[in-house]
Design a binder for this molecule. Sequence first.
Ligand SMILES: O=c1ccn([C@@H]2O[C@H](COP(=O)(O)O)[C@@H](O)[C@H]2O)c(=O)[nH]1
Length: 281
Amino acid sequence: MPEPAAFGARLEVAMRARGQLCVGIDPHPALLQAWGLNDDAGGLERFSLTVLEAVGEVAAAVKPQVALYERHGSRGLAVLEKVLAEAAAAGVLTIADAKRGDIGSTMAAYAQAWLGEGSPLAADAVTLSPYLGYESLRPALDLAAQTGRGVFILALTSNPEGASVQHAGGSDSVARRIVRAAAEDNAAAGAAGMLGSVGLVIGATVGDAPAELDLDLAALNGPVLAPGLGAQGATGADLRRTFGPAFGQVLGTSSRDILKAGPDAAALREAALRTLEMVAA
Ligand SMILES: O=c1ccn([C@@H]2O[C@H](COP(=O)(O)O)[C@@H](O)[C@H]2O)c(=O)[nH]1
């Protein structure tokens, strides 16, 4: 069977084959120190490539946290370019956690950077913030569709402060409108029986909010990236309770809880496998 081209289909195939786990690559200064690495570009590279080597064959995707590369300036971004290229060569999907969002003309430039063919920072998917208006993301939605890449749009974030914005609006909350808009984009693209490439971010920590806000995740027909496993306190049982029948669309994600097992690659891999078991249980 030829490899499906669109991101949603590629992610669905990876989740079926490997399970529903994305490992976050978050080179926090404290983790670099705990691994005996310098808080510089060299440390960043060693950290990131070790994580990739350890989990690249067991995770459905990896998610570099862009902020933690940006804090090292151009050298950090050069490391991120290398990590994205090595992940592609290793056959693991990449989600750049950049949370980009701006007016349309600037959004087009962000889209070219993270989703453009031949861009040194292009990932398989990027996280986007819709809080300048869902339609302001259109350049990224269009380019992702053209290049077979994907997006994850913040709907209900894992941090407690998110609710003040995302739950607002009564029975037709902000989050509900974002879910509906993403569903319409996936429906318009027609994913031929596979997940669409417009995904959402809904934290593993949000409890009953999807049901309380009447989010129609079946109609989304797209992937849901669920950060918050481990360090933020959420478990595999939380994922099942929060997402119910939509659990099959969910890609749980964990960073610090797995990364603290390093620098030994075998220990990192074991930590990822334990998290995978917890998600699957
Ligand atoms: O709602 C969100 C959106 C993104 N994140 C990001 O995921 C990781 C979580 O790291 P942990 O160490 O597993 O807590 C981090 O990069 C966040 O920026 C999120 O947590 N919540």
